[in-house]
Design a protein around this ligand. Sequence first.
Ligand code: UT7
Length: 307
Amino acid sequence: MTNTDMEKVVDTSDDWIQQRTGIKARHIANDTETTSYMASQAGKNALAAGGLRPEDIDAVIVCTSTPDNTFPSVAASVQAQLDIPPCQAFDLQAVCSGFVYGITVANMFITTGQAKRVLLIGAEKFSSILDWDDRTTCVLFGDGAGAIILEADENGQGGLQDRGVLSTHLYADGRKKDILYTSGGPATTKTSGFVVMQGREVFKHAVTHMADIVEETLVANDIKPADIDFLVPHQANIRIIEATAKKLDMPMDKVVVTVDRHGNTSAASIPLALCTAVNDGRIKKNDMLLLEALGAGLTWGAALVRF
Ligand code: UT7
């Protein structure tokens, strides 16, 4: 759905959307394309890319705030749709930071020996929880899913040269929960509600927290921005992404940007961006990647990963 299509829905313009957000288009799933359907498609692609079978997976984690149903989890549906035998499966909800939280949990499963191969998916159908009369939110979000598989490897040296998750840094500040929320939920309105956002406030927090978290990640690993091959940020707004890249003194050709074609897909945005840059050949085996995101909660975090 392009910005021009959006002009027919609310009082907006292609110019405004592009200038303020960098978004040109977003994908809107149809009624049969549920979150679990999109998640399963992404999971299937990840299995194929890794040359793995469903029985090779022993944990499924789906990062989402837009499940098909309140329960069971999307992860359980994915497990059924992909025919993955009984194993650990659950959803993780940290809204737009979901994938950074998810990769942290998946890595803990791997490093503690709780799992050998984790299918980690970010999947969202935000179009279902948008107020399509509210131009301040409905133009921003889109639907989609992306997936990765983390695999245990005992041959590493335990250093920065190893492939895998090198460090993760997570935060939440629940005192800021009222600047981005849904207007309902099962235990209040008995509906899912719609996205409500104080955009300018969220924007300010995003710029500050992303600058701080990338700095924290560099210091924790004793690395310089030049050591990072690609920044793979949450795709909410090109202006937030550019501010973080500037803080890192990173040229934009080392930053993966998909917000123009996907809009903000919440927990799906980082894996969608990652898969885009892997598929087009930019991100290669052994590249060092910095993933970072901020979302409702507020929640935010970063992960340093050697691909
Ligand atoms: O993923 C979770 C985290 N979310 C984010 O990181 C989003 C963070 N926030 C943002 O990206 C930006 O704040 C927005 C893109 C949401 C808004 O951009 P902004 O530059 O902060 O605009 P604003 O909210 O200050 O609004 C500026 C003007 C307002 O008009 P007035 O009051 O100045 O006359 C709005 O009514 O733009 C108007 N406006 C629009 N105009 C055309 C708001 N939405 C639209 C629209 N089309 N869709």
